[in-house]
Design a protein around this ligand. Structure first.
Ligand SMILES: Nc1ncnc2c1ncn2[C@@H]1O[C@H](COP(=O)(O)OP(=O)(O)O)[C@@H](O)[C@H]1O
Ligand SMILES: O=P(O)(O)OC[C@H]1O[C@@H](O)[C@H](O)[C@@H](O)[C@@H]1O
Length: 502
């Protein structure tokens, strides 16, 4: 063979070897990176694990903290707030009432015509608005002016079906989904903001007073007959349709729970014992924390970056505002440390809260063989144009880990409440029926979450007792519940009572 040919052959074979070496090196590098992805995934799964034994520890800790929070003010991270609701709706409520519901994402206005035991809710109209994010961190009067503006526009559309007896003032129930220290059923001061809200000049203010001032600024003449947390409203609305409702849980932007406590089991209550012998407690369970909670590095960094560091720890690993953000943080680590989306970290992936929980649940419920919903969400939200099936499967695994941790911990919290009120076991073979009224967009729309929560609760209760515990979706119970509580505290009630007895 000529020298040229030999040289060419040598050059080619060197090039082929080099190319082969490059491919091998790239494969080894990519397999090394993939191994890192799986390592991150496995570590996350382990840190989020909620075996039944851990759930029982969390439930017991919740029960202990409930006792501590009822024993003294500040006795626990669980505020265990007295609602001044010592009588839940009887079903006899009648009349025409408004309800306002300020949540973590949405603001709802509603009017209901109540027809007593016979006709129940004769008519109901409502309107929902998203709360402009800038109002969540602006000035107090701006938020309340927004609320009153929506309310005034809604009142202006009042039709002939809703009529007030002449000379009467419109009355409303105000559902306020934040921790409030109630001083009566219709007054209370904001303890602190949560979720995405942070408005300094509302803290320690009477939120009813803020609302009334905003109404006066526009000449809207309405009386606030009740101020309730959305869990209290949901409990009241739930009890209106089901007499066995004893607990209400919200899984929405935030999370919280309320339940019916025996008035004599509230050492910090120094008022007169209510005739009913009962008092509804707003637990503010989102603020629960315990060494038994399975917290990860992503939870700690999310908490540090939040508007309320060190607060609402349970809420930050369970509720709708945060689940998508946890997913984003894990994907970001995989992108930065294992080139999960390639050598460049997608810029969008670095934006906090860009990955919302509704998008997470849409990916989680993707049953297509090629997981095309996952692919399109990664493309539309994170601008990741191409993703392999194995990448999409990792995303599904992360959704499952995050959602089942939140769901199972919610179940543990409910189990802790049932233990507190002695409804976690049968007595002489009998078990009292206990109904848990649920509300909130996370529970209502994230099926894998709600199913996991219900199955975990059954697992904790055991077959026999779980027969007597029912979980129901009490959709917008808080709106009707607030109107019912307004009705039972209407300024015209005495007139009606006098009328009936005269
Ligand atoms: N399809 C969905 N899948 C999962 N979570 C959802 C879905 N839709 C809404 N959510 C969650 O529910 C929250 C809204 O809850 P909702 O109870 O409707 O309002 P608010 O929290 O304002 O009372 C959203 O912040 C979101 O986290
Ligand atoms: O209805 P949302 O916005 O999800 O609120 C649920 C809970 O969110 C928590 O952050 C509040 O402290 C509670 O008071 C509230 O009940």
């Amino acid at each position: 063979m000529g020298k040229v040919a030999v040289a060419t052959t040598v050059v080619c074979s060197v090039a082929v070897c080099a190319a082969a070496a490059l491919i091998v090196r790239r494969r080894m590098k990519s397999s090394g990176k993939w191994a890192r992805v799986i390592e991150i995934l496995k570590a996350f799964e382990e840190d989020c694990a909620t075996p039944i034994a851990k759930l029982r520890q969390v439930a017991d800790a919740m029960t202990v903290e409930m006792h501590a929070g009822l024993a003294s003010e500040g006795g626990s991270k669980l505020k265990m707030l007295i609602s001044y609701v010592d009588n839940l709706p009887s079903g006899d409520e009648t009349g025409f009432f408004y309800a306002l519901d300020l949540g973590g994402t949405n603001f709802r206005v509603m009017r209901v015509l109540l027809g007593g035991k016979q006709d129940r809710v004769v008519k109901r109209e409502f309107k929902e608005e998203s709360i402009p994010p800038n109002l969540m961190t602006g000035k107090s009067h701006e938020l309340f002016d927004f609320i009153v503006d929506v309310l005034a526009k809604f009142v202006a559309t009042e039709g002939k079906d809703f009529h007030l007896p002449p000379g009467r003032q419109r009355e409303l129930g105000f559902t306020f989904s934040f921790p409030v220290k109630q001083i009566s059923l219709s007054a209370g001061t904001l303890i602190n903001w949560t979720k995405g809200f942070s408005i300094d000049d509302t803290v320690d203010k009477d939120v009813v007073g803020e609302l009334v001032k905003a109404m006066e600024r526009v000449g809207l003449d309405m009386r606030v007959a009740a101020l309730v947390n959305d869990t209290i409203g949901t409990l009241a609305g739930g009890r209106y349709t089901n007499p066995d409702v004893v607990v209400a849980v919200i899984l929405g932007t935030g999370t919280n729970a309320a339940y019916v406590e025996r008035a004599h089991a509230i050492p910090k209550w120094h008022g007169l014992l209510p005739k009913s012998g009962e008092m509804v407690i707003n637990m503010e369970w989102g603020n629960f924390r315990s060494s038994h909670l399975p917290l990860t590095e992503y939870d700690h960094s999310l908490d540090l970056d939040s508007l309320n560091p060190g607060e609402q720890i349970l809420e930050k690993i369970i509720s709708g505002m945060y689940l998508g953000e946890i997913l984003r943080r894990v994907l970001l680590k995989m992108a930065e440390e294992a080139a999960f989306f390639g050598d460049i970290v997608p810029p969008k992936l670095k934006i906090p809260f860009i990955l919302r929980t509704p998008n997470m649940s849409a990916m989680h419920s993707d049953t297509s063989p090629d997981l095309k919903v996952v692919g399109s969400k990664l493309k539309d939200i994170l601008e990741v144009p191409n993703s392999s099936l194995k990448m999409r499967k990792v995303v599904i695994s992360l959704c499952n880990i995050i959602a089942s941790r939140g769901a199972r911990l919610s179940a543990a919290g409910i189990y802790g409440i049932l233990k507190k009120i002695g409804r976690d076991a049968t007595k002489d073979g009998e078990a009292q029926k206990s109904v848990i009224a649920m509300d909130g967009g996370l529970f209502e729309h994230y099926t894998q979450f709600s199913e996991s929560m219900k199955s975990s609760l059954k697992e904790l209760l055991g077959d026999e007792v779980s027969e007597s515990v029912e979980v129901i979706l009490s959709n917008d119970g808080s709106g009707v519940g607030a109107a019912l509580l307004a009705a039972s505290h209407s300024q015209y009630l005495e007139l009606e009572d006098d009328f009936e007895t005269s």
